[in-house]
Design a protein around this ligand. Structure first.
Ligand code: ADP
Ligand code: ADP
Length: 228
């Protein structure tokens, strides 16, 4: 089944008459269970594309559909992980409270929320740190917590904007493998944006290559993983 359908997506900053075209006529779709990477140079329009998909900005033209429904506003069953983990966690909340925070809007009991948070922290290799505060953790661990918080919601689509660009290389490798493992295990659908071609090919089932600004697709590659 198709999870995400982007059709003729165009975005100009500064209104319809502006000539600041950031995204130009993008059309692609992502199947359920896929880990799709979008790769392109800095400034080509990747973040703009993700903002349009996540409903944070309304595109100037074209359409985004999430399992068949037109995205209008911020969809409930979508989670986003950003590059800047240092600003994404609430410093006054413990790790557990951070991970549980977005679950408040789901109809879950306290126990269920607690269980989901613990499970997500285990997925990202951080069991037992729930009582700590973000500032007590390294940058890589904080990004693990951000990923756990997104996964705890069990989103239909997980969007990731350069999620490993601000961590050191060793941590990046660990987080890439961890994301891959969790994604395969849970059949999650992930759309990850990066400027790093190696990363996109290492991680993706699918790699969409964008041109320089304004973003348009120049290649759509399927990466065939050997059967396990
Ligand atoms: P990327 O994520 O690939 O680095 P962006 O989507 O951030 O690219 O930026 C694409 C283009 O849109 C760039 O020319 C950038 O300067 C411009 N841009 C990004 N955000 C804004 C904004 N809020 N207002 C105006 N222009 C923006
Ligand atoms: P090993 O055989 O011990 O896994 P590798 O050199 O193959 O050693 O990889 C070490 C780590 O680097 C791997 O766990 C993997 O996460 C990461 N890695 C390897 N190749 C890439 C790549 N092209 N892009 C990103 N990460 C990679």
């Amino acid at each position: 089944a198709t999870m995400l359908e982007v059709t003729g997506l165009t975005h100009r900053y500064g209104g319809a008459d502006s000539d600041h075209l950031a995204v130009n006529e993008l059309t692609f779709s992502v199947e359920t269970g896929q880990l799709a990477c979008i790769v392109g140079p800095s400034g080509c329009g990747k973040s703009t594309l993700l903002r349009c998909i996540s409903g944070l900005i309304r595109p100037s033209g074209g359409e985004v559909k999430l399992h068949g429904d037109r995205v209008d506003g911020v969809p409930e069953d979508l989670a986003v992980v950003f590059q800047d983990y240092s600003r994404s966690l609430f410093p006054w909340l413990s790790v557990r409270q951070n991970v549980e925070f977005p679950l408040r809007w789901k109809k879950l009991s306290r126990t269920e929320r607690r269980q989901r948070a613990e499970e997500a922290l285990e997925w990202v290799g951080l069991p037992g740190v729930g009582g700590k505060y973000p500032w007590q953790l390294s940058g890589g661990m904080q990004q693990r917590v951000s990923i756990a918080r997104a996964l705890a919601r069990r989103p239909a689509l997980l969007l990731m904007d350069e999620p490993f660009a601000s961590v050191d290389a060793q941590t990046r490798f660990e987080l890439e493998d961890l994301l891959r493992g969790v994604q395969v295990q849970n059949h999650s659908t992930v759309l990850l944006v990066t400027h790093d071609i190696d990363e996109s090919v290492y991680l993706g089932d699918r790699v969409l290559v964008l041109s320089k600004s304004p973003a348009s697709i120049v290649a759509d590659l399927t990466v065939n993983l050997p059967a396990e």
